[in-house]
Design a protein around this ligand. Structure first.
Ligand code: ZN
Length: 396
């Protein structure tokens, strides 16, 4: 059996990936944890509770030399199905590996077992047993009869199944088998050239961070802002209005692909505080639907229009309400220098800065702002990353 024993302290990184955001918790010596945040709450909850279980056990049972390293792979198998694998390496003098995988259909909101993917599972089961006996000399027959087929990853060529290491006597390494995809009758299409990890961003726990946010788009100015963010290797969070987003699928997809985040800013940009429950939910849910349909991404953040909200409204949605602490007042002061003057003196680490991308005032100012903040040592994160970082700082 795997025995867990572990060790201490913490520094943090956050990275971003195409299709999902990545959280990295790093103890400079002994602990490094990476896991994806996909924006799909059911999947994210499963992943984070698994990480918490592993990390909890580690902190309880660690000794001074123990090490924990959790890394992951994220793959879109096709437009609907995601496969995430977590690899936990636990070093307690001996090194143990545990692989945990999730296959999730974002359209159906359901986890997929091997039975959902492969037509003849009984045949696969026999094939697995045969191959395990062929590959490993010291098979533990006690476990072979109840072999678990639900830890698997898929690449262009194989399904790779991972098994509990106790299936091989005296084995502490990863027990796995590759089964060629072309030998299986698959019930779902697997896209060629599966991708993951297009863009990543490292932020240490002690870094000065700032989250730029843009409201009221997308508009014809949004791509100009994305150009600047790309050029400056920065990112932002765009709180989009659903009725505008509806016609801007390309911009939304580009936003996510280039490592920025999308949040919800209502459907019609009406004042929210006077709305009934149904009216408010309609404003939120319609925009969630638009963004999800166009990108596959489900926002987790909501910015109330005009910054106006009540606790009553907050109770009607699971989305996190996000305001700002630095207001560029771009729509009001219009001039580049005044926008810069409204921002730079007020930014501190952890700030959320408000701009708008439905006109070109902010567009003209943000490159200078980004360059100045970089000079002061700031790193740019999305709002979700910022909130995640704040949580980690509190827990450390
Ligand atoms: Zn607004």
């Amino acid at each position: 059996m795997v025995v867990y024993m572990w060790k201490k302290s913490l520094v943090f990184l956050i990275l971003i990936f195409c299709g999902c955001q990545n959280v990295n918790i790093k103890n400079s010596e002994n602990v490094s944890i990476n896991y994806p945040v996909t924006g799909l709450s059911v999947l994210d909850n499963e992943i984070s509770s698994y990480i918490n279980r592993i990390y909890g056990k580690f902190t309880r049972e660690k000794d001074s030399n123990s090490k924990l390293n959790i890394s992951y792979k994220y793959r879109d198998l096709n437009d609907d199905i995601i496969n995430v694998s977590l690899e936990c390496e636990i070093d307690t003098g001996e090194i143990f590996h545990i692989i945990k995988t999730y296959t999730y259909n974002r359209k159906k909101g359901a986890f997929l077992s091997i039975e959902d993917l492969v037509r003849d599972v009984d045949e696969l089961d026999l094939e697995i047993k045969r191959k395990l006996l062929e590959k490993y000399e010291d098979i533990n027959f006690e476990y072979l009869n109840s072999v678990d087929m639900n830890n698997y990853t898929i690449d262009d060529e194989n399904i790779t199944l991972f098994f509990n290491s106790n299936i091989v006597r005296g084995n502490e390494k990863i027990v796995y088998l590759d089964i060629p995809l072309n030998s299986l009758d698959m019930m779902v299409d697997i896209k060629d050239n599966l991708y993951f990890s297009i863009k990543r961003r490292n932020v240490d726990l002690d870094d000065k961070v700032v989250a730029l946010t843009f409201d009221d788009g997308p508009s014809k100015y949004t791509s100009g802002i994305l150009d600047i963010l790309k050029k400056q290797d920065a990112c932002a969070t765009f709180f989009v209005v659903g009725s505008k987003a509806y016609f801007q699928g390309d911009i939304l997809r580009r936003t996510l692909k280039e490592g920025s985040e999308i949040g919800n800013h209502s459907f019609s940009h009406s004042k929210l505080t006077g709305l009934s429950k149904d009216e408010f939910k309609n404003e939120v849910d319609k925009t969630q639907g638009v963004i999800k349909d166009l990108t596959g991404f489900t926002p987790t953040l909501f910015r109330p229009t005009y910054g106006g909200y009540t606790n009553r409204l907050k109770g009607y949605t699971d989305l996190k309400f996000v305001l700002w602490d630095v207001d560029s007042r771009d729509w009001q002061v219009k001039k580049k220098d005044r926008i810069i003057g409204n921002v730079l003196p007020y930014v501190k680490s952890g700030s959320i800065v408000l701009f708008h991308d439905n006109h070109d005032y902010a567009l003209n100012a943000i490159e200078d702002i980004i360059i100045s903040l970089k000079d002061k040592g700031y790193k740019f994160v999305t709002v979700s990353e910022l909130l995640e970082l704040v949580k980690m700082r509190e827990n450390s």
